[in-house]
Design a protein around this ligand. Structure first.
Ligand code: NAI
Length: 471
């Protein structure tokens, strides 16, 4: 390989932001290189995040259903856990996905380069391999798509040993089911991975600083959802600030203080999962030396066109502001590629769905009721429970509801929140509606196949502007 290669676009990082940006840019005729320090493409999402966790969530949900739902469906079975096989399923799923990205790179003639990228000057990226060899890439444009890393707990020293004190990276690969697990942080990662190990037999206690789980979600949703998780055996300590996590005997000890004041408490567990958020990852990128500005949270500052303050250097995904979601990064990647190819790329940040892949799932798009109240927007609410939906009854998935929020004057849908089986699929009905500026009446008058769970979405829309039929 020549010492210097030139490209229209060099992307650092091959997660959903970087690899999708690369494919779109290549489709639009740009020459593209992607620099990735991991041995496989796909970043956190494909290697240690979304994809492996979904494999375990699905498998553990099946295990749980076989125990708890099969008898009521007239099926007799005695399921037993084969954890190594379940982990092998997860690994196979990851491999299929990361290999898929490598295939797409080849198909689109994208140059993948394994090594750590550093911006040495605008238009210049130095790549260092694990063995220490270096090469320089020349680029008309550089895209930083280096993602995020586990943030830990500010002010609390943590030593992740991967066995007793773990992050999400380790919690997808525990070699045995812990008897007890404390999850620090009642956010998305804590509830998803806590659900996995809870279903496989661990007694899970979630310690959360706020007085609700899933902090940014609609309060209606998080209150109902917490009750559902509690029925599944998950325990909650809310309004509890974790101030210490340390190994103790064969497990670990968590110390927390009630936020309202009061004595410090401790919890012992075989495994403590720390899931208190992620932070932008920019280590070793050379941002300071080339003068790329970051904000107070270490995120790369960008304008509305993903441009940093240094001409020719762009950034997308978890490393910039906004929700740390794979699909937000993907959409930014597509929009940036379009802009670099002379087209009008755009991301509508008002319509970014968010899904928690627990059982039942939680999904949301647009504004919450609390946000509308705070903004002084007058709104109407329409709700419909899955307990009144025929298909949900047939499948024993009657937990949960659909909730729409619409502008009181115009009926334009401003938000949709769903707790229920398949919520993560159904939410897109609301997302498409909102992308087109649709009203609850538009959806309520759209014929829906019967019997489907989606009929509850339509009924909730009907409830927003008129009355539902089935409740
Ligand atoms: P998060 O921000 O969703 O939740 C962290 C929670 O920890 C918050 O509720 C916070 O109040 C709590 N916390 C912080 N310090 C604490 C302390 N000292 N004591 C007790 N509680 C404390 O972060 P999480 O779950 O780690 O996820 C990281 C990122 O990854 C998020 O942006 C999330 O959206 C994303 N993600 C998304 C997924 C999805 O869309 N399904 C799946 C997994 C991650």
């Amino acid at each position: 390989m020549a010492d210097t290669q030139s490209f229209d676009l060099v992307i650092i990082g091959s997660g959903p932001g970087g690899y999708v940006c690369a494919i779109k840019a290549a489709q639009l005729g740009l020459s593209v290189a992607v620099v990735e320090k991991r041995a496989t493409y796909g970043g956190t999402c494909l290697n240690v995040g979304c994809i492996p966790s979904k494999a375990l969530l699905h498998a553990s949900e099946m295990f749980d259903e076989a125990h708890h739902a099969f008898p009521a469906l007239g099926i007799k079975a005695e399921p037993t856990l084969d954890l190594p096989a379940m982990l092998a399923h997860k690994d196979k799923t990851v491999k299929a996905n990361v290999d898929g990205v490598a295939f797409l790179f080849k198909k689109n003639k994208i140059t993948g380069i394994t090594g750590t990228g550093k911006i040495t000057a605008p238009g210049s990226v130095e790549v260092t391999t694990a063995e220490g060899a270096t090469q320089t890439l020349q680029a008309r444009s550089i895209c930083i798509a280096t993602g995020s890393e586990v943030a830990g707990i500010p002010g609390v020293p943590l030593e992740f040993d991967g066995k007793t004190i773990v992050s999400s990276d380790h919690a997808i690969a525990l070699e045995k089911v812990p008897q007890t697990m404390v999850v620090v942080g009642g956010g998305v990662i804590g509830l998803e991975l806590g659900s996995v190990w809870g279903r496989l037999g661990a007694k899970v206690t979630v310690v959360e600083f706020l007085d609700k789980i899933l902090g940014p979600m609609d309060a209606d949703v998080s209150t109902q959802f917490q009750k559902m998780l509690a029925r599944q055996g998950m325990e909650f300590k809310l309004g509890a600030k974790v101030t210490g996590v340390a190994t103790s005997g064969s497990g670990a000890r968590v110390t927390y203080e009630p936020v309202q004041g009061g004595e410090a408490q401790t919890l012992e567990a075989d495994v403590v999962l720390v899931a208190t958020g992620r932070r932008a990852f920019t280590d070793g990128l050379g941002l300071e030396s080339v003068g790329v500005k970051t904000d107070e949270r270490g995120r790369v500052e960008i304008d509305t066109h993903f441009a940093t303050n240094v001409p020719g250097i762009y950034a997308i995904g978890d490393v910039v502001k906004g929700p740390m979601l794979a699909h937000k990064a993907e959409d930014e990647g597509i929009a940036l590629a379009e802009q670099l190819a002379g087209q009008a790329g755009h991301v509508n940040y008002e319509v970014i769905p968010s899904v928690v892949y627990t059982a039942p799932e939680v999904a949301s798009v647009g504004r919450t009721e609390e946000e509308l109240k705070a903004a002084g927007v007058e709104y109407t609410v329409g709700k419909f429970p899955f307990s009144a939906n025929g298909r949900a009854r047939a499948m024993l998935h009657t937990d949960g509801f659909v909730k729409f929020l619409a502008d009181k004057a115009t009926d334009r849908v401003l938000g949709c929140h769903i707790v229920g089986f398949g919520a993560g699929e159904m939410i897109h009905e609301a997302a498409v509606l909102m992308e087109f500026g649709g009203s609850s009446e538009d959806l309520g008058r759209t014929c829906h196949a019967h019997p489907t769970m989606s009929e509850a979405v339509r009924e909730a829309a009907l409830a927003t502007f008129a009355k539902p039929i089935h409740s």
